[in-house]
Ligand binder design. Structure first.
Ligand SMILES: CC(C)(COP(=O)(O)OP(=O)(O)OC[C@H]1O[C@@H](n2cnc3c(N)ncnc32)[C@H](O)[C@@H]1OP(=O)(O)O)[C@@H](O)C(=O)NCCC(=O)NCCS
Length: 158
């Protein structure tokens, strides 16, 4: 497996992978208002917008296995998504480690928001040394503004 910066040629594969994984992690755990906003267009637009701070994991044939979107300004892991067929093999762990390495020396701490019901992701972060600092309301972006979403803020000291 290889972790590298995303490029524009990845976009047609990146947005659908991200959408499918996002639905796996969020369906039933976020307000319906946000689900209604998260159609294919949202992921296509935002994948392009975040391309310059996205890392992807690929297999030896350059097949896309997962992605991580980084908020360079404040050390946020904005999104982490692994294709369903590639989960449980260390892809998510490799992407998370790449994010931590990128932020180390630039931010004292890295952070992310995870919805309370996404127990698989919460266990995964805890396994990687992240800690739950409690509930927070996250303003999730939509095409018209934001939707408030109850989340937990996880952090890791770098
Ligand atoms: C959460 C998510 C990113 C994890 O990605 P992943 O590639 O499955 O993660 P890993 O394979 O590194 O780790 C998953 C588990 O497999 C285990 N594992 C890792 N490598 C392994 C290997 N080679 N063989 C067997 N098991 C392995 C890990 O111990 C880990 O266990 P844990 O969950 O108890 O920590 C992925 O499930 C996903 O994309 N979910 C949907 C989207 C989502 O919820 N994103 C997070 C939003 S905040």
């Amino acid at each position: 497996m290889n972790v590298r910066p995303a490029r524009s040629a990845d976009l047609p594969r990146l947005a659908p992978l991200w959408r499918a994984a996002w639905l796996d992690g969020h369906e039933g755990h976020v307000p319906q208002e946000l689900m209604d906003e998260r159609g294919p267009d949202h992921f296509a637009v935002h994948a392009e917008r975040h391309l310059h701070t996205t890392l992807v994991a690929t297999d030896p044939d350059d097949r896309l296995l997962g992605l991580i979107i980084l908020g360079d300004d404040d050390g946020e892991v904005i999104q982490l998504a692994v294709d369903a067929s590639a989960r449980g093999q260390g892809v998510g762990g490799a992407l998370l480690k790449a994010a931590e390495n990128r932020f180390r020396g630039r931010h004292p701490q890295t952070w992310l928001a995870v919805v309370p019901g996404n127990t698989r992701a919460r266990r995964f972060y805890e396994h990687h040394g992240w800690r739950d600092t409690g509930p927070l309301t996250y303003q999730a972006p939509t095409s018209t503004g934001t939707v408030p979403v109850p989340v937990h803020r996880y952090v890791k000291d770098l």
